[in-house]
Design a protein around this ligand. Structure first.
Ligand code: IDP
Ligand code: MG
Length: 150
């Protein structure tokens, strides 16, 4: 399919507990992106340490792994043209204090340590994250009926 690009989006344990799952998925659906994989799980510490490996020397790393492991998450892969960059724009900035209203962080959270959603920051990290969280057969290739209209 033309204009393919994939990103890994995770609804973190706090947004799950706060009932924001539907709202977040709605925004990606309404934007026109295509959902190709989704799972609901409590991520293991091992998986999360691997996911955040680049941050392993940060002082907040142990707290970050604990936070992400504190309850279930919704892990997803969304596709289409420029989804990595536009996905990050929809999320807002890492720190909610810098996130404009209208973005997910700008609308629904306050603290960087409880910033409710993850999105890949580049095409390269998206590839790494998708292969870490999903088996190839868990990512479904199909044509959305809206494809030609978006
Ligand atoms: P990103 O999630 O926007 O890519 P990163 O710098 O990769 O931001 O950090 C990963 C996650 O680590 C953030 O989303 C946030 O949950 C957490 N984090 C980042 N900086 C801090 C901090 O200063 N204190 C506590 N947690 C932080
Ligand atoms: Mg990051």
């Amino acid at each position: 399919m033309a204009h393919q690009e994939s990103t890994f989006i995770a609804i973190k344990p706090d947004s799950m507990q706060r009932g924001l799952v539907g709202e977040i998925i709605k925004r990606f659906e309404q934007k026109g992106f295509r959902l190709v994989a989704m799972k609901f799980l409590q991520a293991s510490q091992e998986l999360l340490k691997q996911h955040y490996i680049d941050l392993k020397d940060c002082p907040f790393f142990p707290g970050l792994v604990k936070y992400m492991n504190s309850g279930p998450v919704v892990a997803m892969v969304w596709e289409l043209l420029n989804v990595v960059k536009m996905g990050r724009m929809m999320l807002g900035e890492t720190n909610p204090v810098d996130s404009k209203p209208g973005t997910i962080c700008g609308d629904f959270c306050i603290q960087v340590g409880r910033n409710i959603i993850h999105g890949s920051d580049s095409v390269k990290s998206a590839e790494k994250e998708i292969s870490l969280w999903f088996k190839p057969e868990e990512v479904v290739d199909y044509k959305s009926c809206a494809f030609d209209w978006i």
